[in-house]
Ligand binder design. Structure first.
Ligand code: MIC
Ligand code: SF4
Length: 654
């Protein structure tokens, strides 16, 4: 039987397990990368493991999120990251070099490789034919310390692209918005989307990367495109053709499921507030006034995207009511648009040019005004993520967004009567790696520098046999990690300081949460109740680490998002699932729950009796931990588990 692309890459990296969906499998990893907002914890954890230099072939530490330097905290983190990279053997991409996923695609990603990144949009690299997965920092640190990466084998779904995009008004962004419209933000849980069909040939590597990037919004483990001649030409233009290998699915490859998208029929789409799956045709929103437009982010900030936008803006002006922000994705892109004149066209049109960083995407500047409508080419429009809960964020393609910026309102871009140019992919990119610092050969003399805001990583004690704790919060479906642990310019600088960042847990939902949790901690801790897809969105482990610090013992939900579930386990918090989803209705906020015989339930059928002491109801909750996950939870989290494994290995060697 033939193999699909996922099976080919997984089997060439398999260290244990059998590639049947649902089985735990171990993979060897070629590259691990971190970004600053999750990276400080990752590198502190790596340091705590005393593992010496990184054991993976390539590690890269990027700085792209916490770029605003309004006090000592962010720049101190940058210095810590640069010195840690030098000490531990990672490349360091300096602030200004660009958004991790865009730079990684340009300079490091390789077809056929496996990669992990401490950011949920790591699957961007799937545009290069790489299996790239977003993980929590502690998982990344453990792999850099020499472990295989363990994952539950996802099922592989073929997305068959037929026809040809109606350029320039319909673009890669519309393909992924169409999938979100059909499948919703939980439609990809437990799946990898593999793209195939005639339509693939029509897409450049950076367009493919737009699609795999936003596959994260489907909840998918990752997404991947074939590595074909377009991939070779991209790598050649990046002066690294020797990194190319062809990776295509065998003709008789099998898939768990298949979806077809006819590109000929696709139309320009827009996601409405406050979820990336609230997708409608742009034409349905015609006449809706727009106050802000933001073009960029790891989803749509390539040279191709920027040139298309510039060609539309050339000779035109931004509408009086609109503020237009543009952040090119990397130094390479920025320098190229500066040299070819596109930057001048943007500035002349009235764009506010931002540095190459995440910027407004994560509320680091560029927040919209109260009640305002912001159209962004980004990937997430969760309420409050822009920095203003009373703003309305829509998501659209770069060209649609540029048209809205000029018109001051939404419309079907095909009816705007504005020409934009479709560019051939460049045959040569501008290569200058002066902002990428290579690992040092002799790192002995390097001293890791930690500013006063960088605090130790808290560690949890091993799990007790009984939990008796109050339900501190009961929530609905699709709670995001932005809801649990908000980002934005006020909170992000505390990413290296868990005691301080804990004050903000659930802050936008209930600003009394952290003080209530601190009180409950002394009385045995707290429990959170969620519904479907709890913890969707980012990979930030702070959404588990800070609740753990506040004494949260368990989260009970109808279902969990993959990365967040792993992060809860990694920090010793029990993620339990209602055996009967209707039992969600039996537990109320403020109730005190008792979970008994935890250790026995672990070892047995993983069924837990959860007694509600307020109404004397007992509900059954289940877990589906594999052996390693059980061990991690019992040890009090991955850090204690990994240290135990390291010391056992050392004993074996003596
Ligand atoms: C995001 O887009 O939400 C982030 C900020 O990039 C996160 C990582 C983080 O919280 O630091 C992600 O996507 O994983
Ligand atoms: Fe940065 Fe936004 Fe991409 Fe996250 S989604 S990595 S915040 S640009």
């Amino acid at each position: 039987m033939g193999k699909n692309i996922v099976e080919k890459i997984f089997s060439s990296h398999l260290s244990y397990g059998d590639l049947k969906p649902g089985n735990p499998v171990g993979l060897s990893i070629d590259e691990v990368y971190t970004q600053d907002a999750t990276g400080t914890m990752t590198w502190l954890q790596f340091e705590a493991m005393s593992a010496g230099r990184v054991k993976v072939p390539l590690a890269v530490s990027y700085v792209d999120h916490n770029m605003i330097q309004s006090n000592s905290m962010n720049p101190d983190d940058h210095v810590f990251l640069q010195t840690a990279a030098a000490k531990f053997g990672a490349f360091f991409s300096k602030p200004g070099n660009g958004i991790c996923h865009q730079v990684n695609l340009e300079r490091f990603a390789r077809p056929g490789w496996t990669g992990l990144g401490t950011d949920s949009h790591t699957p961007t690299n799937g545009g290069m034919g790489m299996i790239a997965i977003g993980v929590g920092g502690l998982d990344a640190a453990t792999v850099m310390a020499g472990s295989s990466f363990e994952i539950t084998m996802p099922s592989v779904v073929l997305v068959n692209l037929t026809g040809k995009l109606q350029r320039p008004y319909v673009s890669a962004m519309d393909i992924i918005l169409e999938l979100l419209r059909r499948l919703t933000v939980k439609g990809g849980v437990g799946k990898i989307f593999e793209y195939g069909g005639e339509g693939v040939k029509d897409l450049t590597v950076t367009e493919r990367a737009t699609i795999t990037n936003m596959g994260a919004e489907l909840g998918a483990t990752t997404s991947v495109f074939p590595s074909d001649d377009n991939t070779r030409l991209f790598l050649k233009a990046q002066k690294r053709e020797s990194d190319w290998t062809e990776i295509i699915a065998d003709d008789d490859a099998e898939y768990a499921d298949a979806i077809e998208i006819d590109l000929d029929k696709l139309e320009p789409l827009v996601a409405q507030p406050h979820s990336p799956d609230a997708v409608v045709p742009a034409g349905e929103l015609a006449g809706k006034k727009v106050d802000q437009v933001c073009i960029g982010s790891c989803t749509n900030s390539s040279y191709q995207a920027m040139r298309t936008v510039a060609s539309l803006l050339k000779g035109r002006k931004v509408a009086d009511r609109v503020n237009l922000h543009i952040n090119p994705g990397s130094k390479q892109v920025y320098e190229m648009i500066a040299r070819d004149g596109s930057l001048a066209d943007m500035i002349s049109a009235g764009a506010r040019m931002l540095e190459s960083s995440c910027g407004p995407c994560i509320g680091m500047g560029g927040s919209p005004a109260t009640g305002h409508v912001s159209v962004r080419t980004y990937n997430r429009n969760f309420r409050g993520r822009s920095g203003n809960r009373e703003a309305f964020v829509f998501l659209a393609s770069p060209l649609s967004a540029a048209i809205f910026a000029v018109r001051g309102e939404m419309m079907d871009p095909r009816e705007a009567g504005m020409g934009a140019t479709v560019f051939d992919k460049p045959s040569e990119y501008l290569i200058d790696e002066n902002l990428i610092i290579r690992p040092l050969e002799n790192p002995e003399a390097v001293k890791i520098v930690k500013g006063p805001n960088i605090k130790d990583v808290p560690v949890k004690e091993p799990i007790k046999d009984e939990i008796r704790a109050e339900v501190l919060l009961k929530l609905g479906d699709n709670i995001t990690t932005d809801d649990i642990m908000p980002a934005g310019s006020a909170v992000l600088p505390f990413r290296s300081n868990i005691p301080a960042i804990s004050d903000y847990v659930f802050y936008n939902i209930d600003d009394t949460f952290s003080s209530r949790a601190r009180k409950a901690k002394d009385a045995g801790g707290g429990i959170i109740i969620g519904a479907e897809n709890y913890g969707q969105g980012s990979s930030r482990e702070h959404a588990a680490l800070a609740p753990m610090y506040l004494g949260i013992q368990a989260v009970i939900a109808r279902s969990f998002a993959r990365i967040h579930r792993s992060n809860l386990i990694n920090f010793g918090i029990l993620p339990l699932i209602f055996d009967n989803p209707d039992d969600y209705g039996k537990i109320g906020q403020g109730d005190v729950l008792k979970i008994r015989d935890i250790k026995r339930s672990f070892e047995g059928a993983q069924r837990f009796e959860v007694e509600d002491l307020n109404n004397n109801e007992t509900v059954i909750c289940v877990s589906n931990f594999n052996e390693r996950e059980k061990d991690i939870i019992s040890s009090g989290g991955l850090l204690s588990y990994a240290s135990r494994i390291c010391s056992l290995k050392e004993k074996d060697q003596t």
